[in-house]
Ligand binder design. Structure first.
Ligand code: FES
Ligand code: MG
Length: 590
């Protein structure tokens, strides 16, 4: 699979261009002002960007500021020249109204940087949720040789002898707090104990999921995703990644060689086997779109649903990132899938070898954490795809359906997999918080909680709010989750089997817009249907009343985002951006 580089490096068009001596002089003089010499810049050595996603504003990725030193060492030792630059910060749990709004902004920014500056290749530093997809989306569009360096998860969190994982502990503790089982201080203490070190979320939330997916796609070195941020192996991985970035340029190995449909199907399967985040759905769609790969929303059902859960990691399982890494991490999961004939092993990867070669000898020896394919933690654990008159597309994460939930809702004799309940509709999370504990609403265990106005247009950006908690009085009776439906998302660390990412969303005129509290909803997991049991004539009448209100755009970007964004089923990408491919094949004008 090794190709040979084109005769001339892309960066030489900036630094060594005899036809444009004036511009060359201009470019050279300022790059030298921190000690870089014209000899280096004109040496014909590849210039490797380090797309730095760490900053004080993104604590999950902040240690990349340190790791980048090892990346630089690797680049230098392999005969390249590093140039580090910042990317738009994407810090998941602090950006309001949601970091999802900024994924496309970070994508746009990185496309401009990679295309408009003298890079021959790039190291993508990733970690916190959307730092990974935005970087890979941009790398796919520009198509410079690129390699992912994950930052790695935090060390395992412990509280009073129990493992406490990022996010998951918050969703679990808030139920205990609402039920009056713990105090506010205990709630806070447990949450703080879940974050013992540098790194990103230590559960299989969106961060660990997306880094696993980067590796499954073949875009990082083998074993990169799961190494905890604080382990010495993380710095060694940074060095090797830097070295490999230079070789990728010499081999002319680009994202377009690696990001094929087969690679994306591998990623969908890995996501099921690790009990990965529901956010993987829009992100994988978005990356595929920018890579020019045809992926359909239904591919999640066709290729992902039947895959069993193999990783015993929270929120679907028990353990956290450190133990997952020691059990073999992503390569051990992929090894299982490969033996079972579920992975396409011939996919090229950034190692320069095929996936099957990378996975040689990667069988796990810790069967408490990584289960064998034929004796899994759970059968058929992928995303279940639903449609009906409420939406054309939504997903449900089956790996987090608890036995209690299954018994209560999906096991009525003669009606297995079918649930009918009464809808309670909330317009955004403020409405939910204001009314959920109002006893006059009459919410009980046969209710279905619905939230709308939480999609890409409605929020805007799409919010992680669908995993709505039942009213406190139900929690006190031990009812820890109700069926929930929404056009928003939920945190990858949540353990709720919500029906989410509904597309089209309410604000785009999807069926959720016409639902009223008190309507009956029928969910049928045998047929994949989810419908409001409301006559067509009545729905038509409601349509004349107009869409539920959504907040006005508060920033210029919110307005631009709303004007350009696609629905969750299509990855919530920028409409039309997928027309731009392989930008690096042509040099920008002077
Ligand atoms: Fe950044 Fe979870 S909040 S990784
Ligand atoms: Mg999240």
């Amino acid at each position: 699979m090794t190709k040979t580089r084109r005769d001339r490096l892309r960066s030489q068009d900036w630094f060594d261009n005899p036809d444009h001596a004036d511009m060359t002089a201009l470019y050279l003089e300022r790059f030298m002002n921190y000690g870089t010499t014209p000899e280096e810049l004109r040496s014909g050595k590849p210039i490797i960007g380090i797309a730095q996603s760490g900053s004080d504003l993104n604590p999950c990725n902040r240690h990349h500021l340190e790791l980048a030193k090892r990346v630089r060492d690797g680049i230098r030792d392999a005969g390249g020249i590093p140039i580090e630059f910042p990317t738009h910060t994407l810090f998941e749990n602090c950006k309001r109204p949601t970091a999802a709004l900024d994924r496309n902004l970070a994508y746009l920014g990185l496309v401009e940087l990679l295309y408009g500056y003298p890079f021959d290749g790039v190291v993508l530093t990733t970690g916190c949720d959307k730092t990974t997809p935005s970087a890979l989306m941009a790398a796919a569009t520009v198509d410079l040789p690129a390699i992912v360096l994950s930052g790695g998860p935090m060390l395992d969190g412990w509280h009073e002898g129990e493992l406490v994982g990022s996010g998951t502990v918050i969703w679990r503790s808030r139920r205990k707090y609402a039920a009056g089982e713990i105090t506010r201080d205990e709630f806070l203490e447990t949450a703080l104990d879940s974050a013992p070190s540098i790194g990103h979320c230590n559960t299989m939330g969106t961060a660990s999921t997306m880094n696993a997916i980067a590796e499954a796609l073949g875009m990082s070195l083998t074993g990169c995703a799961a190494i905890p941020a604080a382990y010495r192996a993380r710095g060694q991985m940074a060095y090797r990644t830097g070295r490999r970035a230079v070789e990728l340029v010499h081999e002319d190995l680009r994202p377009s060689d690696i990001l094929t449909r087969a690679a994306f199907l591998n990623a969908i399967k890995v996501n099921a086997a690790i009990g990965g985040s529901t956010n993987a759905q829009p992100h994988i769609m978005a990356m595929a779109k920018h890579a020019g790969v045809a992926l359909e929303p239904g591919d999640w059902q066709t290729h992902g649903y039947d895959i069993p859960l193999l990783a015993n990691v929270q929120p679907a399982g028990k353990y956290l990132g450190e133990r997952f890494h020691r059990a073999g991490g992503v390569p051990a999961i992929m090894w299982e899938l490969l033996q079972a004939g579920q992975i396409e092993g011939s996919c090229p990867t950034v190692t320069g070898q095929t996936m099957v070669a990378n996975l040689d000898g990667c069988e796990s020896s810790d069967r408490e954490v990584i289960f064998p394919y034929h004796a899994p933690l759970m059968e058929r654990a992928g995303f279940f795809v639903l449609s009906g008159n409420l939406f054309d597309f939504a997903i449900m994460k089956t790996s987090v359906i608890s036995a209690e939930f299954r018994d209560r809702y999906l096991c009525e004799p003669g009606r297995e997999g079918i649930f009918e309940g009464t809808a309670f509709v909330f317009d955004g999370s403020e409405d939910y918080h204001a009314r959920i504990n109002d006893p006059a609403l009459g919410i009980d265990e046969r209710s279905i909680l619905v939230i709308r106005g939480a999609g890409p247009l409605g929020w805007p950006g799409s919010a992680e709010v669908v995993n709505m908690q039942p009213p406190d009085r139900l929690l006190k009776r031990g009812i820890t989750s109700l069926p929930t439906i929404g056009d928003g998302r939920q945190s990858g660390t949540a353990d709720s089997p919500s029906i989410l990412n509904a597309s089209p969303e309410s604000a785009a005129g999807g069926g959720l817009a016409w639902l009223r509290s008190g309507d009956r909803i029928r969910i049928d997991l045998n047929t994949g249907r989810c419908d409001m049991l409301v006559p067509e004539t009545e729905i038509a009448q409601r349509k004349t009343e107009g869409l539920p209100p959504i907040p006005a755009s508060a920033t210029p970007w919110q307005k631009i985002y709303r004007e350009t964004v696609t629905q969750m089923a299509d990855g919530a990408t920028i409409r039309g951006a997928e027309e731009f491919h392989r930008l690096a094949a042509r040099l920008p004008r002077h």
